[in-house]
Ligand binder design. Sequence first.
Ligand code: UTP
Length: 277
Amino acid sequence: KMIKKCLFPAAGYGTRFLPATKAVPKEMLPILTKPLLQYGVEEALSAGITNMAIVTGRGKRAIEDHFDNAFELEMQLSGTSKERYLEEIKEIIRKSTFTYVRQKQMLGLGHAILTGEPLIGNEPFAVILADDLCDFDESGVISQLIKIYNQYKCSVVAIEEVPMNQTSKYGIIAGNLVDNSSNTYQVTEMIEKPDENNTPSNMAIIGRYILTPDIFTILKNIKPDKNGEIQITEALNIQANQGKVLAYKFKGKRFDCGSIEGYLDATNFLARKTGII
Ligand code: UTP
């Protein structure tokens, strides 16, 4: 089965960016002139995916408006030199189909993914957390994961080595290299946010996944953790125990734009790359 849909969980509160995220969704915060979510949609498009399934929540209506025509604005700019500012987003809207569902209670990433089930159905799909911004030139992280998926037909997560004192911020994997590979691991275990002394490795899961649809049944049977959240790591751990999860050390640069430092780094990096500074 081909990967045709990409799910974007975008219902989180973004508390680390308050008060900016009080009325503006975190996924709509801009890096230079584009909102974070647009970078994610561009990455999915570059991987040949045109069906964007977005999990939103209360107060996130700006997301839907961004990926729709803006008739009055377009009329106003039509025929002027400013028309070009809308060209890129109009092209994205033309190429893609957007579907939405609201997560009614923010019960964690696993719950957000489960909320997306009606938009995805019974097929493998990609997941992009837009607050992890991944810069790419030719091949985005999702394209890289799809290559692995097409070969092995199981769930694939993108991983990155992080400093040992940072493991408590991530889902961490333990695994063994797949034959003849220097970057693909068969995952044996996944642990959510282990501290430095209890972590099996420094290989952290970042916000890019390919998931097989049995993940939905697994998620339905998972109990909330001590914070009342349903964790995707726990569902993936069940798949991993069945030998059905690979982890891929992706090529490229990632910025954690859910944190202020990462957001600043991404802004500086892209400003330099595009010659603004
Ligand atoms: P985060 O862990 O970054 O949480 O979510 P957050 O609420 O967005 O931000 P902070 O920690 O309060 O600052 C990771 C991803 O999962 C989505 C978020 O939108 C983000 O893309 N998410 C998280 C949901 O869609 N629903 C949830 O209930 C939780």
